[in-house]
Design a protein around this ligand. Structure first.
Ligand code: TTP
Ligand code: MG
Length: 360
């Protein structure tokens, strides 16, 4: 029998919205959305009271306001979210150094062996939830299982205030029954494609051979093969390595002229250059990302043999990529990023750098 790991995934409930309700009692018990209320605003997240009306993350604010007439829009306070994120991370570190944050409000923990020598991962998860509540007055959900894939899905099964265990012996049966939309790592587009192929749940997915999955879906087919068997041997990695360095900007008015797109890209190029310089990073691939007014997103890249580090090189590459980009109905976001990097950029290192820029 293989050695079994004990993985916990913790995810805060309605994170930004819960922080806002905590800090402003007038908002408690009410439907709120964090995000701009303007025509162009997007909901970052909604309180559970607002979710009853169908308000969801990434929804245009106008749609949200239409769904819920009493919806209160609140602007985000990122510095507070970041501070809470540090607080919960410190709680995780009391149990294990194997903590891998995925975003401000969620992390994987490997507690197979832990600083408190506690044998039960479920009890650790319970303790962590209660410490989070005591120290931050916020609620988290926890998923516990034998690998990252299952722990992540488990934390979503019983939200809010969830504590959900997928024990080793149940893992296979759990995955067989799981709807394909719930598989973390299978996005909407892939899920649709799978449905067209008659794959509705884990059981259906498991009937496919590894080579057929790779033929249909590319390299990620190997991963699908593994997870349909409840297997995932990815480690919990405390310092996630960044694979790219990027900046992006969303506009208050859609861009409709190529010249304006060029102008905006040049502006974010300055930020990218500063970040490259600060972290001593160069790369071989430059990518422009465009999000259209209908939220469709495209990326166009150029890869070269040399390390891209000079402003002139980047400008030259931008001018090669840009003619292939259509303006269509207007552009709401442009991004510029560098990948195929010359060295590993650790997130921690970046964090420390960015803290230096504003803590004086
Ligand atoms: P999530 O954990 O996905 O969502 P949540 O914590 O608000 O709600 P849940 O109870 O379902 O976990 O994301 C964490 C925060 O990240 C969320 O509070 C706001 C932010 N966010 C965005 O800004 N845009 C997005 O599209 C999503 C999904 C989240
Ligand atoms: Mg969350």
């Amino acid at each position: 029998m293989d050695f079994l790991r004990k993985i916990i995934h913790i995810d805060m409930d309605a994170f930004y919205a819960s922080v806002e309700q905590r800090d402003n009692p007038d908002l408690r018990g009410k439907p709120i959305a964090v995000g701009g209320d303007s025509n162009r605003g997007v909901v970052m997240t909604a309180s559970y009271e607002a979710r009853k009306y169908g308000v969801r993350s990434a929804m245009p604010s106008i749609t949200a306001a239409r769904l819920c007439k009493d919806l209160i829009f609140v602007l985000p306070h990122f510095d507070i979210y970041k501070a809470v994120s540090n607080q919960i991370r410190n709680i995780f570190l009391e149990y294990t150094d194997l903590v891998e944050p995925l975003s401000l409000d969620e992390a994987y923990l490997d507690v197979t062996s832990n600083k408190k020598n506690k044998p039960s991962a479920t009890l650790i998860a319970k303790e962590i939830k209660s410490k989070i509540q005591t120290e931050t007055q916020l609620i988290a959900s926890a998923g516990i299982s034998i690998n990252k894939f299952l722990a992540k899905i488990a934390s979503d099964m019983d939200k809010p205030d969830g504590l959900f265990l997928i024990p080793p012996d149940d893992a296979m049966a759990f995955v067989e029954k799981l709807q394909i939309e719930k598989f973390f790592g299978i996005g909407k587009v892939t899920a649709k494609k799978m449905h067209e192929l008659g794959i509705k749940n884990g059981y259906d997915l498991k009937q496919w051979s590894e080579s057929d999955l790779v033929t249909k879906f590319g390299k990620v087919g190997h991963f699908y093969y593994e997870i349909s068997r409840a297997r995932d041997d990815r480690l919990v990695e405390p310092n996630r390595i960044r694979k790219s360095l990027g900046v992006e900007n969303t506009f208050s008015e859609d861009l409709r002229e190529l010249d304006d797109v060029k102008w905006e890209i040049n502006k974010i190029l300055e930020t990218l250059l500063t970040r490259m310089d600060r972290s001593n990073t160069s790369g071989k691939t430059l990518t422009i990302k465009i999000k259209y007014s209908d939220f469709q997103q495209i990326t166009r890249s150029k890869t070269v043999e040399f390390w891209i580090s000079e402003r002139e090189h980047i400008i030259e590459l931008i001018s090669q990529i840009l003619p292939g980009i259509q303006i269509r109905n207007g552009i709401r976001l442009v991004g510029l990023s560098l990948s195929n990097l010359n060295h590993e950029v650790k997130e921690e290192q970046e964090d420390r750098n960015s803290q230096l820029t504003f803590s004086f």
